[in-house]
Design a protein around this ligand. Structure first.
Ligand SMILES: Nc1ncnc2c1ncn2[C@@H]1O[C@H](COP(=O)(O)OP(=O)(O)OP(=O)(O)O)[C@@H](O)[C@H]1O
Length: 121
């Protein structure tokens, strides 16, 4: 593969990823809710003038939750595609995929509480 087509493939990959992120934001309720919360906490970050380290942790928490939620959505779509009927194995796969989102959400909630609780109370 030439260097030029390698670079072209990189750009193509980035384009597909960007398209996928927009698709998630446009079509998935859970991602829309998380994006709204991300906007709210970003506003809170400016309002409470949080530190650079707190911005880093908050940004990582937002990326973690939305990223894992996006992968969970893909698992749900793939599950429904390969098995449209009720199937306990599919139920298990969907449940553990949702469980992964919960780990990320709990971590993000803890980060949020540590940053904002002392500023509010
Ligand atoms: N095909 C299936 N077979 C068995 N259990 C399922 C199946 N689809 C969903 N479930 C169960 O329902 C839970 C929620 O799944 P999911 O978020 O895909 O919603 P849904 O039940 O398919 O309904 P909807 O897509 O309308 O929200 C899963 O975690 C799983 O426990």
């Amino acid at each position: 593969m030439t260097e030029e087509s390698l670079i072209k493939n990189r750009f193509k990959g980035f384009y597909f990823a960007f398209k996928g992120a927009l698709l998630l934001l446009r079509t998935e309720r859970s991602i829309q809710v998380q994006f709204f919360i991300a906007l709210l906490v970003t506003g809170a970050g400016f309002y409470f003038d949080i530190s650079p380290v707190e911005w880093i942790l908050q940004t990582l928490a937002i990326g973690l939750v939305m990223g894992v939620e996006g992968v969970n959505t893909a698992v749900e779509k793939l599950s429904d595609y390969i098995q449209p009927e009720r199937d306990p194995k599919i139920g298990f796969i969907k449940d553990i995929s949702a469980g992964a989102v919960m780990f990320a959400a709990i971590a993000a909630t803890v980060v949020g509480l540590i940053i904002y609780l002392p500023r509010i109370f």
